[in-house]
Each structure stands twice: as C-alpha cells, then as structure tokens.
Write a protein that binds this ligand. Structure first.
Ligand code: EPZ
Length: 415
C-alpha cells in the first residue's frame, strides 16, 4: 500500500486549479447507459472512483476511450444488466448504475453494496423508489434483482433527502411511462449537474436543486457531450488547508455559491476572502478562532467537509463543537489526529475539539477518503515528519493531490 511522507511546518501559498467533481461525474457516467449511444465528457477527474465506473461500464459491454481530458463513452453495446460483485464491493456508490440499467433494460442484478468506512449506508430508500415505479425487487443470498415490464411514472416521497436515492429515481424515471415527482429530494449541486446532463440528452426534468423534482418520461435519449462541474469538496478542502496553515491561496475553476456554509464558517474563524467569478482567494490569520459546525443535507454544512473542518479546529484558539448528522460513523480519523497531539473527545454524533498550540508528526493511517485528506492537512501543519499509510483511500477522490500540494509549497512525497 502506498504512503505519503510529509515534512510539516509549512504555510501554503499560491494557486490551485480545482478538478471536475467526483460526485457529479459518477452519476453522469452511470447515466451514459441510458442513450445506448455516444457520450463525450470533459473535466472528468482522473481518480480511482471514476476509473472503477469505467471498468463497470466495460464489463457491461460498453466502450470507453480517453483523449487528453476528453472521455468518449459508447454504450450502444451494453447488453448486460448485472453489476460485477467485486466492483460493487470495492465502490458502493456504483449502486447509482442500477437506475440506468433499469431505465435501459427494465432489469438489473447486483450484490447488496453493504456498509463502508463511514457507516452502514443502507439502500432502502433506493429500493422503495424503484418499487413505487412498478419494479419488482427480489433478494437472495446477498443479491438483489430488479425487473419490470414497464416503468411507471409515480409520486415518490423520500423519507430522507438521500443524494443517491434521488439520483437513482431520476435515472429510472427518464424513460418511464408518464410523469414522476420526487418530493423531499436531495438539493445537492451535483443533482443539478445530472439534470443538466440528462436534459441535454433529451430528458424532460425540472426542479433539481429544490426539494421537488419532476421528470416527464420520454421514449429515447440522444448522444450528448457535457462538461462536468467543479468539485466543491476539493475546493473546501484546499480552503480549510490554507486556513489551518495561516496561508494565502487562490483556487481557480470553482463556484463559491456551492460552498457558502464553509466560507461563512471560515470567515467566523477569522479568514478573509476575495471572491470573483470562478475564483476564491483566502487570507488566513496567524491563529484561527474556534467555531462550531453541524453537518446537514445541502444547503447546510456538507458532511464531506466535516473531518476537514474539524482538523482545522484542532489548532484554533478555543473549543469547537462538531455535530455529524448525516453518517453514523464518520469520526474514525479523530483517533489518528489524537496520535498527533490533537485534543478531541467524541461522544456519539458530537466531537468536542479543544484547540492545542501545535500538532506533532506521527505515523498514521487513513481510514476513509475525507478522513485521509484531513490527516494530510494535519501533517502539513505538524512539527516534524508524518507518514500516512493507506493513501489509496485518498486517491479515490482527490486528483493529483500530492502534485497540487507541492505546487503551493508542501513538502510531500509518495513512497
Ligand atoms: C453521496 O453519498 C455522496 N457520494 C457522499 O460523498 C456524501 O457524503 C453523501 O451523498 C451525502 O451528501 C456520492 O455522491 C458518490 P446519501 P450517498 O444517500 O448518496 C442514509 C464522499 O466523500 N441512507 O445522501 O450514499 C445514509 O445511510 C462521499 O465523496 C439511508 O438510510 O449519501 C446516510 O446516513 C461520502 N437509506 C444518509 O442517508 C438509503 O437508501 C445520507 O446518505 C440511502 C441513504
């Protein structure tokens, strides 16, 4: 397993170009199955998770070619409807392909995705949405089969604004007979990107970004080309890193409106911002003030930046209260931060962080994608050298992470 070696004590400064959004690219790649033709995508991040999705498309009979930053997908020969179990287990978000397979073949077969590093992550809301639309669900020995004669446009009310369940319902409804209305839908910007992509394909969807989305089923979808939105979680990660080091960076190819809660909290902690169209510059104080956060569905504070922001607070002045309301097991990284001198006390959904004067380099292990990115941040500010194991977690979601960090002055190497 690869490792990062980081020599700490650096203040970051310079410019960063943000990559395409992982969480927009994954459902859009899955949606390419629906047009049984050609999809050309730009600004797809070259990370483990997008590579996995391409692998699954190829296993289903699709063809994927890459020319520089252009990805050409041909799904005309996708004749299979079973998602390979080993790939499903490696990346649970591949469940997003099920909606497209049902839309295309009126059936899908996959193994229960199971939990992962941040929680059990059930798919009951996905399955209930499918059943509402007339899809028969069979379960045996850990496999789930979905089948129907036709997909019925229906009213679907989600118990929780699940991102994946909202996306899967949209993908299934595009080629349904009649109108589907999703209420209590997730409002994440990545769902707006999916709507824009599908409408460019010829779908009839409106309301993404609000809690009510309407899809009028159509007969066929066409070839399409599309530019993936920037990654708001990567942008938030670099802003928090700059804040933590008392640094001054400018991030390009970003949209500040998608991370307003993070910018507001960093301002409350003492940072100054210069925001222009597509750019965010941050100027951090020598010492941050401790502030509290509660993660919520969009447009609240994003759960994906909980560990990143909490890490920033480990060397702030005062005590921060962090409440994680979305996932039940998203504090594993705190054990590793404590090895570096952080003072954190986790009680259920709440982490109480008492700011310390400094962190110290140590040997730590990444436990999940965003927790791993947080350990990199801690290593950059810590006194001494930090070795981070299991960096494969981090490579799932951050494109060219070490190269981008080196560009803003970080002493980091991959071993
Ligand atoms: C998406 O995951 C993102 N992944 C996650 O990002 C993100 O943390 C999450 O949305 C919340 O914003 C992708 O887009 C690929 P959910 P998803 O369904 O769709 C419960 C990252 O780091 N739930 O909104 O799986 C679930 O257990 C990743 O980039 C059910 O109970 O998230 C969780 O507690 C991590 N039943 C909550 O809802 C269901 O059927 C939110 O899950 C589905 C979800």
């Amino acid at each position: 397993m690869a490792e990062y070696i980081i020599k700490g004590g650096k203040r970051v400064c310079g410019e960063i170009d943000i990559s395409g959004s992982k969480n927009a690219a994954l459902p859009i790649i899955a949606a390419s199955i629906l047009n049984a033709g050609k999809t050309t995508l730009y600004n797809v991040p070259n990370i483990h998770d997008t590579q996995m999705m391409f692998e699954i498309l190829k296993k289903l009979g699709g063809n994927v070619t890459k020319k520089n930053n252009k990805i050409i997908i041909d799904t005309s020969k996708v004749n299979k409807y079973e998602i390979p179990e080993d790939l499903m287990r490696q990346m649970r978000s591949s469940v997003i392909i099920v909606g497209s397979l049902i839309g295309r073949h009126k059936k899908a077969l996959f193994s229960y995705p199971g939990g992962c590093d941040i929680g059990t992550r059930p798919i009951d809301l996905h399955l209930r949405a499918f059943e509402k639309m007339g899809i028969n669900i069979g379960k045996n020995y850990g496999n789930i089969t979905c089948s129907c004669d036709k997909i019925l446009g229906e009213k679907i009310d989600l118990d929780f604004p699940s991102v994946g369940a909202t996306e899967n319902a949209i993908l299934t409804a595009c080629l349904a007979e009649g109108k589907t209305t999703i209420t209590n839908a997730a409002r994440e910007p990545e769902i707006i990107d999916l709507q824009n992509f599908l409408n460019k394909m010829g779908a009839k969807i409106r309301g993404a970004g609000s809690n009510q989305i309407e899809i009028i089923g159509v007969k066929k979808l066409n070839d399409v080309s599309y530019n993936i939105m920037p990654d708001r979680i990567e942008a938030g990660t670099f802003l928090c890193l700059s804040a933590m080091t008392g640094g001054n960076i400018k991030i390009n190819n970003t949209n500040s409106e998608t991370i307003t809660p993070v910018i507001d909290k960093l301002e409350e902690a003492g940072c100054k911002f210069n925001i222009k169209k597509g750019e965010i510059e941050i100027l951090a104080p020598k010492k941050l003030k401790a502030v509290n956060i509660k993660t919520m569905p969009y447009p609240g504070f994003p759960t994906d930046l909980q560990s990143v922001f909490a890490t920033t607070m480990t060397i702030a002045k005062g005590t921060s209260i962090i409440v994680e309301n979305i996932f039940e097991n998203r504090y594993k990284y705190t054990q590793e931060l404590i090895r570096m001198g952080a003072k954190i006390n986790v009680e259920g959904k709440t982490a109480i962080i008492k700011g310390v004067r400094k962190l110290y380099g140590a040997n730590v292990k990444a436990t999940d994608l965003r927790g791993g990115a947080s350990l990199v941040m801690a290593g950059i500010v810590a006194k001494g050298t930090t070795k981070i194991e299991n960096i494969e977690y981090i490579l799932r979601g951050y494109e060219k992470f070490d190269q981008k960090l080196q560009k803003i002055g970080v002493d980091i190497v991959v071993k």
